[in-house]
Design a protein around this ligand. Structure first.
Ligand SMILES: [Zn+2]
Length: 125
């Protein structure tokens, strides 16, 4: 192995380590993720998702009843009075941008990401 070969190997290693760091940062772009629960188009409750979080949210409206379970970063509809139960079939959501919709009961649960360095106006009421 020549000196030049060693240099190339080290260079490739450095480049791959840097790209892993960059990719890692790009995928964990959000410092915090939130679960927002909307009823009738209005924000009903907001949870800052945490690995220790364990919440069961019962929503009772004139449209019906929904029970949402938040376990760590996972959110799912465990019970619903709606006919088609599509919201329950949507399963567990955990990624930013995912949502569960219960159309008959007008309940929407969505996961949003929040970067602490950017605008905080939407989380401070
Ligand atoms: Zn439903």
């Amino acid at each position: 192995m020549t000196k030049c070969d060693k240099f190339l190997i080290i260079l490739v290693l450095i480049v791959s380590i840097i790209s892993i760091i960059i990719i890692g940062k790009a995928t964990s772009n959000y410092d915090t993720t939130y679960a927002e629960i909307y009823v009738d188009g209005n924000l009903y409750k907001k949870y800052s998702l945490d690995k220790n979080l364990n919440e069961v949210v019962t929503i009772e409206t004139k449209h019906g009843k929904n029970i949402i379970e938040i376990e760590g970063y996972n959110v799912r509809m465990i019970e619903s009075s709606c006919i088609n139960k599509l919201c329950i079939k949507q399963g567990t959501i955990h990624k930013q941008g995912q949502l569960i919709v219960c159309l008959p009961n007008k309940v929407v649960v969505q996961i949003i990401g929040k970067n602490s360095s950017s605008d905080l106006d939407t989380i401070s009421y």
